[in-house]
Design a protein around this ligand. Structure first.
Ligand SMILES: NC(=O)C1=CN([C@@H]2O[C@H](COP(=O)(O)OP(=O)(O)OC[C@H]3O[C@@H](n4cnc5c(N)ncnc54)[C@H](OP(=O)(O)O)[C@@H]3O)[C@@H](O)[C@H]2O)C=CC1
Ligand SMILES: O=C(O)CCC(=O)C(=O)O
Length: 428
C-alpha cells in the first residue's frame, strides 16, 4: 500500500501502517466529494504533530525514557478531540491514523470537534501505579502547550481510564494555576465526569448493532455474537448484547480465546477478568489454542474491539459473521473490506459504530462548561438518539449511492469537514 501514497518525510515507507489504511479510505471516498474534492489534500496532512520525550524515575531509582505523541489531525470544525493510548506498539503512523479517524467520526455524528489522538509507546502492565502516575503527569506536562478545553481535549483509549484522566486534568490544572475540568473527558464522576461515559462506546456499538441487525432480519434475542477485546468497549458491548438475549459465543483477548456454544456467562467472565487480568482460564468455557480460529466462529455478529488491522486478506474470507461491528478503530484493512463486501458481509465502520464514546465525551464537556449535570437516563437517551440518527443517515446514503457503509460514513464526515474548511478559507 505504501507505494501508492505519498509518504510524509517523518514516516519511513515501511512505517506507513495504519496511516496508509486511512489514506486508502480517503482515496476511495474522494470521487464522491464533488467540488469539495479540491480541498481533500487537507485531510491527508495532519495539522499538528507533537513528539515528546517522556522521562520518568522508576521505582528502583533508574531513569527510563518513553516516546509520546499528540497529533491534531484537523480543527476545522472545533477543538481537537480524541483519546490517549498507552501501548508498547504505539507508533506515529498509528496515532496519525487514529487522529484522522477522529476527524471523520466527530463530523459523521456531528459533534463540534476536529480530530486528535495521543499515545505513549509503553507497556503500562510493566509499570507500578506510582510509575503510571509519573508517566501520565510528565506526558501531560509535555503536551500541555497544545491541549486545553478550547484547543484539544484528550480522553481514554486503550489502557487508559478514569484514573489516568484525573491525573491529566490535575497536571494541566496545576500548570495553568486553576482547575480546568473541561481539558479531558472520561474523568471520574466526582471530578466532573459524566454518568454513562464509561459504558458509552460499548452502548453505542450495541445501539448501531441493533439497527444493523434489524435491517438484516436478525433477531438480537438468540443472535450469536463473537467479540475480540474484552476491555472497555468489547466488555460493555458483550454485556449489553447478552442482557438483550444474545449469546456471546466467543471472546478473545491478547492472551486467550474462550468459546461456549450455549453462550458465555458475561458477568462471570467480567469477574474472572477483574481477578486474573485475562479471559484465559475462565472455567465456564472451552479455550481454543489456535488464535486464528477465532475468526472462523459461527456467529451472526462479529465485534472487533481490540486494535487496528486485525481483519486482513489473510482471514477475511474465513469470517462467517453476517455483520461486523467495528468497536475498535481501524480493525479492517481495505483489501479485507473488499473481500467482506464480495461475501455480502455488512461492515458497520468504526467511525459510526464506536462513536458513542466521543458523543458522551461531548456531553461531559458541555456539562463541565455549564456546571450542570444530567441524569444517566438523559445521557443514554440522547446517546441512543444520536447514534440511531447517524446510522440511519449513513445507511440511506449508502443505499442511494450504492456504496459501502464506510464510504457513506466518510462522505458524510468528509463533506462536513471540507465544507467548514472551504467556508473558513485559507487566509490567516
Ligand atoms: N475507550 C473508548 O471510549 C473508545 C475506544 N475505542 C477503540 O476500541 C478499541 C478498544 O479500546 P478499549 O476497549 O478502550 O481498550 P481497553 O484497554 O479497555 O481494552 C482493550 C482490549 O483489547 C484486548 N487486546 C489487546 N491486544 C489484543 C490482541 N492482539 N488480540 C486480542 N485482544 C487484544 C485487550 O486484552 P488484554 O487485556 O489481554 O491486553 C483488552 O481486552 C481500540 O481500538 C480503541 O481505539 C474506540 C472508541 C472509543
Ligand atoms: O471520547 C473521546 O473524546 C475520544 C474517544 C476515542 O478516542 C475514540 O473514539 O476513538
Amino acid at each position: 500500500m505504501s507505494s501508492q501514497h505519498e509518504v510524509p518525510s517523518y514516516l519511513t515507507p515501511s512505517d506507513i501502517g495504519p496511516w496508509g489504511v486511512y489514506l486508502e479510505q480517503i482515496d476511495r471516498v474522494t470521487p464522491y466529494l464533488g467540488t469539495l474534492a479540491r480541498w481533500v489534500e487537507t485531510l491527508k496532512r495532519p495539522k499538528r504533530i507533537l513528539i515528546v520525550d517522556v522521562p520518568i524515575e522508576r521505582d528502583d531509582g533508574s531513569i527510563a525514557h518513553f516516546e509520546g505523541y499528540r497529533v491534531q489531525h484537523n480543527t476545522s470544525r472545533g477543538p481537537g478531540k480524541g483519546g490517549v493510548r498507552f501501548h508498547q506498539d504505539v507508533t506515529l503512523s498509528e496515532v496519525m491514523a487514529l487522529s484522522a479517524w477522529m476527524t471523520i467520526k466527530n463530523a459523521a455524528v456531528n459533534v463540534p470537534y476536529g480530530g486528535a489522538k495521543g499515545g505513549i509507546r509503553v507497556n503500562p502492565k510493566t509499570l507500578s501505579t506510582a510509575e503510571l502516575q509519573r508517566i501520565t503527569r510528565r506526558y501531560t506536562s509535555e503536551i500541555n502547550i497544545i491541549i486545553g478545553p478550547n484547543k484539544d481535549i484528550p480522553a481514554p483509549d486503550v489502557n487508559t481510564n478514569e484514573k489516568v484522566m484525573a491525573w491529566m486534568m490535575d497536571t494541566f490544572s496545576m500548570n495553568q494555576g486553576s482547575t480546568a475540568t473541561g481539558v479531558v473527558t472520561g474523568k471520574p464522576i466526582s471530578l466532573g465526569g459524566s454518568l454513562g461515559r464509561r459504558e458509552a462506546t460499548g452502548r453505542g456499538v450495541y445501539v448501531v448493532g441493533c439497527e444493523a441487525a434489524s435491517r438484516r432480519g436478525i433477531d438480537i434475542r438468540g443472535a450469536r455474537i463473537s467479540v475480540q477485546g474484552f476491555g472497555n468497549v468489547g466488555g460493555i458491548a458483550a454485556r449489553l448484547f447478552a442482557e438483550a438475549g444474545a449469546k456471546v459465543v466467543a471472546v478473545q483477548d491478547h492472551m486467550a480465546t474462550v468459546v461456549s456454544d450455549s453462550g458465555l456467562d458475561i458477568p462471570a467472565l467480567e469477574q474472572h477478568v477483574a481477578a486474573h487480568g485475562s479471559v484465559a482460564g475462565f472455567a465456564g468455557a472451552d479455550q481454543v489454542e489456535d488464535r486464528a480460529r477465532f475468526w472462523e466462529t459461527d456467529c451472526d455478529i462479529l465485534i472487533p474491539a481490540a486494535l487496528e488491522q486485525q481483519i486482513t486478506e489473510a482471514n477475511a474470507s474465513r469470517i462467517r459473521a453476517k455483520i461486523i461491528l467495528e468497536g475498535a478503530n481501524g480493525p479492517t484493512t481495505p483489501l479485507a473490506d473488499d473481500i467482506l463486501h464480495d461475501k455480502g458481509v455488512l461492515v458497520v465502520p468504526d467511525v459510526i459504530a464506536n462513536a458513542g464514546g466521543v458523543t458522551v465525551s461531548y456531553f461531559e464537556w458541555v456539562q463541565d462548561f455549564s456546571s450542570f449535570f444530567w441524569t444517566e437516563d438523559e445521557i443514554n437517551q440522547r446517546l441512543t438518539r444520536i447514534m440511531r440518527e447517524a446510522f440511519t443517515a449513513v445507511w440511506q446514503l449508502s443505499e442511494e449511492k450504492k456504496v459501502s457503509l464506510r464510504t457513506a460514513a466518510f462522505i458524510v464526515g468528509c463533506t462536513r469537514v471540507l465544507q467548514a474548511r472551504e467556508m473558513r478559507g485559507l487566509y490567516p
